[in-house]
Write a protein that binds this ligand. Structure first.
Ligand code: LMR
Length: 390
């Protein structure tokens, strides 16, 4: 029966990894998939994680099952970082998930079971968002995320919310918008939060890059502003980037509600979905994060590493922004955008020319991974862009 299967295109973003690896050019530049790189182009294991892993190796005396919710010590250790030190703990519960993707999937499936039929989402977005919504069988309603001036389009969100209500969930990126790097300002979040509450929609907050924008606290501003106003929300969290644990798949799903019974049901439904999907999340990365967060010294080391990452990305952004205009591409906006990604207004032909003639790999949307640029290749990148963006 397998011949009846429809062919599927390979995932375009993940496909870039293979294309890049197969390119023999020594001066090729990888601006594709979202992984952090140091000034020498490496993606090392965090020192804090290495230390935690060593401790884990020494002390872990069993690999017996934990259950569909995974490592609850990990899940709870993250709560003050995400929700704030003073957050009412009786309003929130969570469970571990395989990466941010697993967390988004859990959030959307739980929303569906709660009666959500439409997911409202700004575009462009991380391509997997739409794919997960489709896999869950929900309708996707989109609105424009970025204005032509390069700011977050609050008016477009307001317009779509005017027609929204119970049965709708609104998926928002907590920080470091993927792919545009264009975040809502604090003032915009302050307007969004009461609006979501007044429309009685279910906010679904995806926080995959906390600490890579302006700082751990600063990057949680929007999420916390929303949770201060709405009665309930779902949160998808990823440690893949801010702990550098990409392939270990470390994420968490949280539900927030003042209704204790509803909270229990949200977790029970999450656990049922997890059991039928992956049974239990992978333990190792989450256990390492727990050990980091339970140890004040390791926490300090981790936060310092995160500061370094953020500082380096800011330097790259400043250098790109200083170029002002490269061919047809305005560069100044990159200086005020956040996180790993920005989008360059390039067409498909130009993106292909950058890859084939100049060995520069980026997503088909013109998204670049800022961390792929180093002092050793940034001038080459700018000159290649100048040659193509005419
Ligand atoms: C990205 O957008 O590059 C990352 O989130 C990796 C992924 O899973 O797509």
């Amino acid at each position: 029966m397998l011949e009846a299967l429809a062919p599927q295109p390979a995932d375009a973003l993940l496909g870039l990894i293979k294309l890049y690896n197969a390119d023999p050019r020594a001066d090729k530049i990888d601006l594709g998939v979202g992984v952090y790189r140091t000034a020498t182009g490496a993606t090392p294991v965090f020192k804090a994680i290495k230390a935690a892993e060593a401790r884990l190796l020494e002390t872990q005396d069993s690999k017996s099952y934990l259950g569909p919710e995974g490592d609850m010590g990990f899940v709870h250790a993250l709560i003050p970082y995400i929700f704030g030190a003073g957050f009412d703990r009786s309003r929130v519960e969570g469970m571990q998930a395989p990466g941010g993707t697993g967390a988004v999937r859990l959030a959307i499936e739980v929303a569906r079971r709660a009666g959500v039929r439409r997911i409202i989402m700004g575009t462009p977005s991380w391509p997997n968002h739409a794919q997960i919504v489709a896999a869950a069988g929900l309708e996707l309603v989109t609105f424009r995320h970025v204005t032509p001036e390069g700011t977050a389009d609050l008016e477009a969100l307001k317009a779509v919310l005017a027609d929204a209500g119970p049965g709708d969930a609104v998926l928002l990126h907590g920080c470091c918008h993927n792919p545009s790097g264009v975040d809502y300002t604090h003032a915009q979040w302050d307007e969004i939060a009461p609006l979501l509450a007044s429309r009685a929609v279910l906010p679904l907050l995806d926080l995959a890059y906390q600490g890579l924008g302006a700082g751990m606290e600063e990057d949680a501003y929007g999420l916390r502003a929303v949770l201060a106003k709405v009665p309930e929300a779902l949160v998808a969290y990823s440690c893949d980037k801010n702990f550098g644990l990409y392939r270990d798949r470390v994420g968490a799903f949280y539900a927030v509600t003042g209704d204790a019974d509803a909270l229990t049901r949200a977790m029970a439904n999450g656990a049922t979905i997890a059991r039928a999907s992956w049974s239990m999340p992978p333990d190792h990365g989450a256990a390492a994060v727990r050990l980091v967060l339970d140890d004040a010294e390791l926490t300090k080391v981790w936060l310092a590493e995160l500061d370094d990452m953020r500082g380096r990305m800011r330097q790259v952004r400043d250098r790109l922004a200083a170029a002002q205009q490269v061919g047809t591409i305005p560069m100044a906006p990159l200086g005020i955008q956040n996180g790993l990604f920005s989008m360059l207004p390039l067409n498909g032909e130009q993106i292909l020319a950058l890859r084939e003639k100049h060995g520069i790999y980026m997503a088909g949307t013109g998204r670049i991974n800022i961390a792929g640029l180093t002092s050793g290749n940034i001038e080459q990148f700018i000159e290649s862009l100048r040659a193509v963006a005419v």
